[in-house]
Ligand binder design. Structure first.
Ligand code: G6P
Length: 442
């Protein structure tokens, strides 16, 4: 009998897990996952049990040979795993709430993965992923690490540059979301569209768009900025683009670019939402309560459609297709976060970039892009400088690195605001930043 695969999911109690289980069920004929280990921390045990039971019901309904294991012992889950996926949140939603709320006091965008919020999510998460990679190196050195933990670009960069695990791929649902949205506004089937993606995580552009292999870039740019057809991800307000700006830019922005090209409007929208519905973390807390109430229902045997209220739609599609293509050496094209290796000129060779790759059994092979268009090159380079500085700060616990990262982020307007914000956020997240509080602080 064919040897089955063992997959370990770190952060297995996440409300997104049913997506992943559905993805594995749908591909079981070619991706024989026999053991799916869902791991969580003690604080997540209640959620792990609820999600785990739903996963078991889904597998029974599908009638496939896959066993779901639930554990709080990460090492047991990792031992001999073929693939490890990571989808955890250090400090849970309470920490995200602070990342989103504190910057608003300073008139700065408060966002989970961009600006000061993204910096602090990286500072909390990188030390934890680096601990996990030590376990991977010891217990399953041949495994592929597929990371969806945010900020996915910086996490991938940290693993690539600061761990022994080189078989790492960072995943995001933004590219697939852009493709699905574009297909909808163009009223064509998504599988007829190809987008040439290049940039960084949550800073990716569509450099060209093809329908049945023929470039339709102008039409795509016009459709994506048509005031009547604006789309976005569930977690980002769909404020309309200026059609002439997008035409002039000449490439398709991602939904997160609104924070950079419409900063004032996005800030105003966030401040208004803060007064009414609260931060996105507050909204997500409500959605999670609703989801876990549904998951508890023993009659439920499939992924509920309410999961679509989360911003992470199509994650399982991206993750399971990637794992499938590595396992089966499909050599198809997928946009992932991987080591640049010169694919995008003007970005460091050893940095993580988000770019179309050919997915082989040896992992993603980035497709060469060359220089990014001059209109977007500077912003991408600036964000990469921020990311590299932030990763150094997370690894070293160095206050000056953290302050530099904060101040050079384009969403932070001044060095003085950067310092006040940094001090405020360091204090707020103290419990999750041991590296900063064991070293001398200025
Ligand atoms: C988008 C991003 C993800 C992020 C999600 C947040 O889809 O690409 O990286 O995790 O939004 O969604 P949420 O429902 O948690 O706000």
């Amino acid at each position: 009998m064919e040897k089955g695969l063992k997959i370990a999911v770190i952060g297995g109690g996440s409300s997104y897990t049913p997506e992943l289980v559905e993805g594995f069920i749908n591909r079981h004929h070619e991706l024989p996952v026999r053991e799916l280990w869902l791991v969580d921390i003690p604080e997540g045990e209640g959620k792990l049990n609820i999600v785990g039971e739903l996963a078991r019901r889904m597998v029974i309904k599908a009638g496939i040979d896959m066993t779901i294991y639930l554990t709080l012992d990460r090492r047991q889950a990792l031992a001999g795993a073929d693939f490890v996926t990571t989808q955890f949140r250090v400090g849970l939603l309470a920490a995200r709430q602070k990342d989103e709320a504190i910057p608003l006091k300073y008139g700065v965008i408060g966002q989970e993965t961009n600006g000061p919020g993204g910096l602090f999510k990286a500072l909390r998460t990188i030390p934890v992923i680096l601990e996990i990679t030590k376990d991977i190196d010891e217990l399953c050195p041949e495994a592929w690490l597929v990371n969806f933990t945010n900020p996915a670009g910086m996490i991938t960069e940290a693993v690539l540059r600061h761990s022994n695990v080189k078989k790492v791929v960072g995943l995001c649902n933004v590219p697939i979301g852009m493709k699905m949205d574009l297909a909808e506004v163009l009223e064509v089937e998504a599988d007829r569209l190809e987008i040439q993606f290049a940039g960084l995580n949550h800073m990716v552009y569509g450099l060209d768009v093809f329908l049945d292999g023929i470039s339709i870039k102008e039409k795509a740019l016009a459709a994506a900025s048509d005031p009547g057809k604006q789309t976005s991800m569930k977690n980002i307000a769909a404020l309309g683009w200026e059609p002439d700006f997008i035409k002039g830019l000449g490439v398709l922005p991602c939904p997160y670019h609104r924070y950079y090209y419409k900063t004032d409007e996005m800030l105003a929208e966030e401040l208004e939402a803060f007064e009414t519905t609260g931060t996105r973390a507050d909204v997500v807390k409500g959605v999670e309560t609703e989801l876990f109430d549904l998951y508890k229902n023993v009659e439920l045997q499939t992924k509920p459609e309410q999961l679509e209220k989360r911003g992470g739609a199509y994650y399982s599609e991206a993750a399971c297709s990637l794992i499938n293509s590595i396992y089966n050496n499909k050599q198809d094209v997928q946009p992932v976060n991987t080591k640049n290796c010169g694919a995008i000129a003007g970005l460091p060779y050893d940095s993580a970039v988000e770019v179309n790759c050919i997915i082989t059994k040896e992992g993603p092979k980035p497709i060469t892009v060359g220089e990014l268009p001059v209109a977007v090159r500077g912003l991408v380079q600036q964000i990469k400088s921020f990311e590299r500085t932030a990763v150094e700060a997370a690894v070293s616990g160095d206050y000056y690195n953290a302050l530099t990262a904060m101040a050079i982020n384009p969403l932070v307007p001044s060095d003085t605001i950067a310092k006040h914000l940094l001090d405020d956020m360091l204090e707020a997240h103290k419990d999750y930043l041991p590296a900063f509080f064991h070293s001398e602080k200025a």
